[in-house]
Design a protein. Structure first.
Length: 499
């Protein structure tokens, strides 16, 4: 039995566990032991590892608040072998005379000082929104169990037809159920890491494909309506539906796949993690301002590149930062302007392999005559026939949305944990799933439900993707988009991140 087959068995088990009916799980944990107390009937439930308040409440058909009222200790978090008294459903609940009004978060701890119940004959006053705490001072988050919804196109209906013993390698590569699974695996690892740090979380994973009718039905579920965060790898039409739902219900929603800035328009709940192309030049200019300000920057205009205005836009960003930047028409003009007394930063945007290879070859030949640094696109390192000596000898810098530094201590620690749990090496999508999960769940854990108001100043070291969120278009009605691109370079034949 080979390694790939073992991995498939693990994947199949994972997908099958996700597709198991929720009702079967709920039925299995329901206790038949009962107890009488103060004239009320209760089920006696012994908590097992992995069970959540929401799961237990659904199993017995009662509200989470009812369980909390009868078992106040659960506010500190569920523990294995803990005894809970679950009231029989349908019993009339006796309200204390000074009970607090229900809040939108049913699992939030109540205050020790509770306001008196309003006279039922008098008009009920409009509830006042709580005064927001300054960022970083939400000390109550450690005792709250957050509800997070993860939506992925898992194609669970295709799992039964997947047979690795008869399928070809090409067929396995095209199995839809395996395409987005790495994101889930990375996300799972992030959840596991943060739970060990004290995060209380109930995670709901849903298989969401292209069927918009199924998506609309999914949004009717109580746990989705009351979610604290939604993360969705969704097709365009489905994301539009879920984003509107998130806007209407004031639930932050994260899109880890789209580059289109318009998904944040007029929806302050949307977080777009993929940085737009417009921010690519900003990140590059920021880096050059800090590290290349003593030299001259020669931006080679290339009429064949698909983004024909990119050279002019980069020059504008450089000028705004008081950098010595010049537009040049072609390689020959750039070579004619090289200086022997100061660093020459050559910026070339080229998606034609022949052009890029010729450019690097020509500058490599004169590298000993002039101090040179070359800035290009991330795909250059994949050009067929390209010598690594070119990239290393020209002090080449590349710009990318993400970059995994395998020499980083954090990545070194992540790899064996992932391999132990999933029996394979992480793919790029797994790193992305880990980063998105770790960043947003950390924000939820640190700031609570007010994290959208704190996100612009929240920085966190992750495995491959850096996050620096800004309000899209600087408009309050818009959502947030990540503006951070990675800049990395070749040094001693290794790729190193430098921004």
């Amino acid at each position: 039995m080979n390694r790939s087959f073992l991995f498939f068995l693990f994947v199949f088990a994972t997908l099958s566990s996700l597709s198991q009916t929720y009702q079967e799980q709920l039925k299995a944990i329901h206790s038949k032991i009962t107890e009488q107390k103060d004239g009320k009937s209760y089920y006696v439930h012994m908590v097992k590892k992995g069970q959540t308040l929401y799961m237990i409440s659904k199993s017995y058909g009662v509200e989470v608040n009812d369980i909390i009222s009868e078992n106040p200790i659960v506010r500190e978090g569920l523990k294995a072998d803990q005894k809970l008294l679950i009231p029989f459903p349908g019993q009339k609940k006796e309200e204390p005379s000074n009970s607090q009004s229900p809040t939108s978060n049913s699992q939030s701890p109540t205050s020790n000082t509770q306001p008196p119940t309003p006279n039922p004959q008098s008009p009920t006053p409009n509830p006042q929104p709580p005064t927001p705490r300054p960022c970083g001072e939400d000390t109550a988050t450690g005792s709250i169990t957050y509800k997070v919804v993860l939506m992925l196109p898992l194609y669970l209906e295709e799992v039964e037809g997947m047979n690795p013993e008869t399928a070809t390698s090409e067929a396995i590569d095209n199995w839809n159920s395996l395409k987005y699974l790495p994101f889930y695996e990375g996300f799972r690892l992030a959840v596991d890491s943060l739970q060990k740090q004290g995060l209380h979380l109930t995670l709901y994973v849903y298989d969401v494909g292209k069927d918009t009718l199924k998506t609309l039905q999914l949004l009717k579920k109580a746990e989705v309506k009351s979610a604290d965060l939604i993360i969705g790898l969704l097709f365009q039409k489905n994301f539009q539906i879920v984003a509107k739902f998130a806007h209407d219900n004031k639930i932050p929603i994260v899109n880890p796949v789209s580059e289109r800035p318009e998904i944040t328009r007029d929806n302050e709940m949307v977080f777009k993690t993929n940085p737009s192309r417009a921010f690519q030049l900003v990140s590059l200019a920021d880096y050059m301002q800090k590290n290349m300000y003593r030299g001259q920057i020669l931006i080679i205009r290339n009429g064949q590149f698909k983004d024909k205005d990119i050279a002019d836009r980069l020059k504008k960003e450089c000028i705004e930062r008081n950098l010595n930047a010049t537009l040049v028409e072609g390689q020959d003009v750039a070579i004619g302007k090289l200086s022997k007394s100061k660093e020459n930063v050559i910026v070339a945007f080229a998606d034609n392999n022949v052009y890029a290879l010729d450019l690097m070859r020509r500058f490599y030949e004169i590298r000993n005559d002039y101090p040179l640094s070359l800035v290009g696109l991330p795909d250059w390192e994949k050009i067929e026939g390209l010598e690594t000596d070119f990239l290393n000898g020209l002090n080449t810098h590349l710009v990318s949305q993400s970059f995994v530094d395998y020499s980083d201590e954090g990545v070194k620690k992540l790899l064996p944990r992932f391999q132990e749990l999933f029996k394979t090496d992480p793919e790029p999508l797994a790193f992305e799933g880990f980063d998105v999960g770790y960043y947003f769940l950390s924000a939820l854990m640190k700031f609570g439900n007010q994290f959208p108001g704190c996100i612009v100043n929240f920085r966190l070291r992750t495995s491959q993707t850096s996050f620096e969120f800004v309000r899209s278009g600087n408009k309050a009605a818009n959502g947030f988009e990540n503006r951070c691109w990675s800049v990395y370079k070749y040094e001693n034949y290794k790729l190193l991140r430098v921004n």
